[in-house]
Design a protein around this ligand. Structure first.
Ligand code: ADP
Ligand code: PHD
Length: 448
């Protein structure tokens, strides 16, 4: 049994859904289908999820959301009209929106319920389309599938008990079409995963049914060794390990959600990234172990939107608990952090900028000054992280030298270097303005 997940670009229009249906009918093992909301039909288009988020924000501002609602309905009307399907889903969307806003849930849960309408509606449309083609298919809501999650709106975590319910899907004769991106708490509240979370649903379903393969269909032929939006026509990756993909997707390979690997990894299920527009291509297979290749580096990922909280104090290393108290302040202020490179008398905390708003920044700085009495404390924003990844790196000499020389050739200053204890990756912090030049230079150094 295979689980096939189709991302937003694969379900963006009737034309794309015809391709999806062909892929499903091409392989009778593709019995569990997970779908995202319709994505962009072209560069200028807007993802349905982004339209729904705008609708929710208008509601929160107390403004009319009719325009956004009509845009969402129009996206589905185009699809149902072109595929010759009934348009019940259009009135259901309007009903769902009305019901959500009339509920007594808090705004956070209301927004999650609104965000989920894209996936939920598309899953209904796809199952209707498959049935119109004569296939035995059924829409299955995540609640009925048994996808139970924590009540953390916008960043749900799967509850382990879900897997026992999902296993029962193996007994179904028909193809089940499950909306990605969300699940339900045990007391029935709808909660979404973080953005891009339909990848997570696919992995959870694959682990639940103990699939032979989790196929993730997107709009590129494979995972490339660098973001194709930075380096044109980069080399393809034919295979990589879960650990390598986890590090690369954490550090910016948005082709696959960085939390989506965990369920498949735990259940030892291979993942294959394929292109809906070229489904017979080999794609990229993600497995537990692979043959070491002659190039110890498999990929170079980069992501912007980070900041560094820098604290220095003479004899910091002699002050027991200094680091813990600093991190406690962040925890108190509900700020998660990414990395903490440190020196003898100083400590940097790398944080995603979205975590530290300007108002929170002043609160944190004042608390550090009052509670830790540092010599200096300041925040440096507009940082980017670059990750060089490869299982073979830990036994290869000279990787750091090649990397630092690539930065020098690009005339990009290094703000930070951090070698992951796993030795599968090496991380560099640079100013966001230099990230593209640095990545291009690193690609030249390691892949050309
Ligand atoms: N290393 C990479 N390899 C392939 N694609 C990448 C990589 N890094 C970023 N991407 C981007 O990820 C996109 C696919 O992810 P996404 O937009 O989420 O697709 P989907 O709509 O299928 O979910 C590609 O179109 C590409 O622009
Ligand atoms: N539609 C949701 C979930 C998702 O996974 O989308 P996509 O498969 O298009 O990345 C989002 O935009 O976050």
């Amino acid at each position: 049994m295979k689980v096939a997940k189709f991302g937003g670009s694969s379900v963006a229009s009737a034309e794309q859904l015809r391709k999806v249906a062909n892929i499903i009918t091409d392989d009778s093992d593709r019995k569990a289908i997970v779908v995202s909301a319709p994505g962009k039909r072209n560069e200028q288009d807007t993802k349905v999820t982004d339209l729904l988020i705008a609708l929710g924000e208008a509601y929160q501002r107390g403004e009319s959301y009719e325009e956004q609602l009509e845009q969402v309905v129009a996206r589905f009307r185009d699809i149902t009209n072109e595929l010759g399907l009934d348009d019940n889903v259009l009135s259901e969307i309007k009903e769902d929106v009305k019901e959500v806003f009339a509920s007594d849930y808090s705004d956070a849960f209301k927004i999650d319920a609104i965000k989920s309408i894209g996936e939920d509606s598309l899953a209904k449309v796809l199952s209707n389309y498959l049935k119109s083609l004569g296939l035995q298919a059924t829409y299955l809501n995540p609640k009925d599938a048994g996808i139970y999650v924590s009540d953390e709106p916008g960043s749900a975590q799967i509850l382990e008990e879900s897997y026992q319910y999902l296993y029962k899907l193996r007994d179904r004769e028909e193809i089940v079409v499950i909306p990605g991106f969300f699940g339900y708490t045990k007391d029935g509240k709808l909660v979404t995963f973080s953005r891009g979370g339909s990848d997570i649903t696919g992995s959870i379903v694959a682990a639940g049914v103990q699939a032979d393969l989790y196929e993730n269909f997107t709009d590129v032929d494979s995972v490339y060794c660098v973001n194709p939006n930075i380096v044109k026509n980069p080399k393809e990756i034919t295979s990589l390990t879960y650990k390598e993909m986890r590090e690369l997707s954490y550090a910016g390979f948005s082709v696959f959600h960085d939390e989506a690997l965990i369920p498949a990894f735990k259940a030892s299920i291979p993942v294959c990234i394929k292109n809906t527009n070229n489904p017979n291509g080999l794609g990229t297979i993600i497995v537990a172990q692979k043959e070491t290749s002659e190039n110890p580096v498999v990929g170079i990922a980069s992501d912007t939107g980070f900041l560094s909280l820098y604290v220095s104090k003479y004899l910091m290393n002699r002050e027991l608990g200094f680091g813990r108290r600093l991190l406690n302040i962040l925890e108190d202020e509900c700020i998660s952090f990414e990395h903490t490179p440190s020196g003898i008398d100083d400590l940097s905390v790398i944080i995603r900028e979205s975590q530290l708003t300007k108002e929170k920044e002043q609160i944190v700085i004042n608390r550090i000054k009052n509670e830790l009495d540092p010599d200096t404390v300041y925040i440096e924003r507009d940082l980017a992280l670059i990750m060089i990844v490869g299982e073979g790196m830990d036994s290869t000499i000279g990787i750091a030298e090649k990397a630092t020389s690539a930065f020098a050739k690009a005339n990009v200053n290094l703000e930070m270097i951090n070698q992951g204890s796993s030795e599968v990756s090496m991380m560099f912090g640079v100013k966001a303005s230099g990230v593209e030049a640095a990545v291009k230079s690193l690609y030249k150094e390691f892949f050309e």
